[in-house]
Design a protein around this ligand. Structure first.
Ligand SMILES: CC(C)(COP(=O)(O)OP(=O)(O)OC[C@H]1O[C@@H](n2cnc3c(N)ncnc32)[C@H](O)[C@@H]1OP(=O)(O)O)[C@@H](O)C(=O)NCCC(=O)NCCS
Length: 176
């Protein structure tokens, strides 16, 4: 467990560091699982600096950052909006991204980012957190199950032209 890490809400000037971290971790983790073209397109769509700058201006989106001195060790992105039908609660928030830099993994940062995401979602009156995770990402599925999420079923996820199968996971705040 690293104790020097601090977690704070992102501000507009964080867009370049969020973009760099998201690109780095996604490529480190998922290159080779789809075509280089699809991976690059996904990274540009989801982690481009302009996309993140836009999202940082949306009231429905919050990014939280894990900071180690000056470097960015992790991020979590929360999004309020449409909820899959498998999630019965109307007021649920999505954790759309949770990424910890490869050099900082297995040090408790992901857990701390999720703790902060839960606190943020509770402050916003959410009944729980939902997210989707690739069924073959055993490390991430284990992380979420160990944290207390349950699987509600499977949903499709498109990365470029390739369809993947994700688990839809749910963390109810009242335990139901
Ligand atoms: C998934 C991820 C966010 C976890 O963050 P982390 O900081 O490494 O995780 P933590 O150190 O907080 O781990 C908490 C617990 O989760 C589980 N866990 C985390 N990483 C794991 C792994 N690689 N294998 C198995 N269990 C794991 C363990 O129970 C761990 O507790 P322990 O270390 O006491 O055994 C991180 O590995 C990551 O960013 N991976 C690449 C991107 C990704 O796949 N993101 C999720 C997309 S849905």
């Amino acid at each position: 467990m690293i104790t020097a890490i601090s977690i704070r809400a992102a501000v507009p000037s964080d867009a370049p560091r969020l973009s760099a971290l998201g690109r780095e971790v996604f490529i480190d983790t998922y290159s080779g699982t789809a075509s280089a073209h699809d991976i690059q397109r996904h990274v540009d769509d989801y982690f481009g600096e302009s996309t993140i700058s836009y999202d940082l201006g949306q009231a429905s989106v919050q990014y939280l950052l894990a900071i180690d001195d000056e470097s960015c060790a992790g991020l979590v992105k929360l999004r309020e909006g449409d909820t899959p039908t498998l999630v019965s609660a109307a007021n649920a928030i999505e954790v759309q991204q949770l990424y910890v830099s490869t050099d900082f993994q297995r040090m408790g940062i992901g857990r701390r980012l999720m703790d902060s995401a839960v606190a943020t979602a509770q402050e916003r009156g959410s009944a729980g957190i939902w997210l989707s995770v690739w069924t073959e990402a055993d490390w991430a599925t284990k992380f979420y199950l160990d944290y207390g999420f349950i699987s509600l079923g499977e949903i499709p996820f498109m990365l470029g032209d390739t369809e993947y199968v994700d688990y839809l996971m749910w963390l109810p705040f009242d335990g139901s």
